[in-house]
Design a protein around this ligand. Structure first.
Ligand SMILES: *Cc1c(COP(=O)(O)O)cnc(C)c1O
Length: 400
């Protein structure tokens, strides 16, 4: 039995079956390439689901983590720690927002954001049974609160009633949102670019309209930038592209580029909602993960990552447009920066598996969409290489 098959067989016996995993074990990575336990190399256009922005085995990043390991990994939020202060300063400086709470994941960042909005409303009137407006086809995470505002039956089935009240409006449909606002609404939450829902960017008028509604009603606007943030869309925060500011922003995925860390970030108004005792976490923002976050910001700046995304994202866009023109079964192509997708008129799963066989890591979004969320350091040559393998893969599976 190969190394890889041995691990797969053992894993299937002991890991809870919440995933239909692809039969591959990645052993190491370098730049935009991964290597499996049998020594086969893969071009990576998934980045661990939009996480590993800097590519694998980045020396400056690795050294910063090794250095932090030798100092201290964990203390507690009962005390201050230097890396978390430095990381928070960098988020504040780049976002123009006011305060940061570090979490261990994206879903916890959303949980915190929801608590901020509820508490903000509760302080004005504690007698109301508050609810959120969220978007159809949204994805905000798997914990109970995040699941409550995730507008996709696929994730909620088997877990209803979910914990928090939410009503769902159509993304990019302002009149639908307006129709669903009531005196119970305490916040509106949306992704700036829907990820799991199929790579749907928000329209400018929509985000501007949400901002106006929230200002009129004095309720909080939450942007989930867990996937679309951290430079992926060609601006450090996707909402920067729209000139619309949230009251609370959730970050994770590329924030730590591989260590488990997220954050919710509040503006001045929202910063007063949570007071000592209202929220906490044992691990969240510990010195190890925030040393990573801090280094990520430094590398983004020194390497000009955001400008690079702008340039190579446009190139990817052009190449996928050309590809689309060659296949009648590719019915749409959308996205911003290095967060793009092509929509097929057939399920994407067989193509994803075949691509893996051909040495290309891509993932789906929704059922029919192939999603491209590569490390942000990919070059135009990597894009060309990806298109070659993808084209071959689509042809082999009979797409025309
Ligand atoms: C991945 C994701 C989450 C959840 O993040 P986890 O770290 O998996 O909990 C939330 N929102 C969006 C938009 C995401 O893409």
């Amino acid at each position: 039995m190969s190394n890889m098959q041995d691990i797969i067989t053992r894993g299937d016996k002991v890991l809870l079956k919440t995933y239909n995993r692809f039969p591959v074990v990645f052993e190491k990575g370098d730049g935009v390439y991964l290597e499996d336990s049998d020594g086969k190399r893969y071009l990576d256009f998934a980045a661990g689901i939009a996480v590993f922005a800097l590519g694998y085995n980045n020396k400056a990043y690795n050294d910063a983590l090794k250095d932090q390991i030798d100092r201290i990994l964990h203390t507690s939020n009962l005390y201050y720690n230097r890396p978390s202060v430095e990381a928070a300063e960098k988020i504040i400086r780049t976002s123009g927002m006011s305060r940061v709470f570090f979490t261990n994941s994206g879903t916890e960042a959303i949980e915190g954001a929801l608590k901020v909005a509820r508490k903000y409303a509760w302080m004005k009137d504690p007698t109301v049974d508050y609810e959120f407006i969220s978007m159809n086809h949204s994805f905000h995470g798997r914990s109970q609160g995040s699941l409550s505002v995730t507008g996709n039956a696929h994730y909620q089935d088997g877990f209803v009633p979910v914990q928090m009240r939410a009503v769902f409006a159509d993304f990019n449909d302002l009149s639908d949102v307006r129709a669903k606002i009531t005196d119970r609404t305490c916040g509106i939450i949306c992704e700036v670019v829907q990820g799991e829902g199929g790579i749907h960017p928000a329209e400018r008028e929509f985000l501007q309209g949400l901002r106006e509604i929230c200002d009129e009603k004095d309720i909080l606007l939450i942007f989930d930038e867990v996937q679309c943030g951290m430079g992926r869309c060609g601006a450090l925060y996707a909402h920067d592209l729209y000139g619309v500011k949230p009251d609370v922003m959730a970050l994770a995925k590329a924030l730590g580029c591989g260590v488990p860390v997220g954050a919710f970030v509040t503006n001045e108004k929202a910063s007063h909602a949570l007071v000592p005792g209202d929220h906490g976490t044992t691990y969240g923002g510990n010195p190890f993960v925030t040393a990573a976050v801090s280094k990520v910001f430094d590398i983004y700046e020194s390497e000009g990552i955001v400008e690079h995304v702008h340039e190579v994202g446009a190139y990817l866009y052009d190449q996928l447009e050309l590809l689309k023109n060659n296949y009648s079964q590719i019915i749409d192509h959308r996205g911003l920066g290095l967060m793009q997708g092509i929509e097929l008129d057939t399920p994407a799963a067989p193509f994803i598996s075949k691509a893996l066989e051909n040495g290309l890591v891509i993932i789906s979004a929704g059922t029919n969409i192939i999603r491209f969320v590569p490390p942000l350091v990919i070059t135009k040559e990597d894009v060309d290489q990806m298109i070659l393998i993808l084209d071959k893969t689509l042809k082999e599976n009979g797409l025309h």
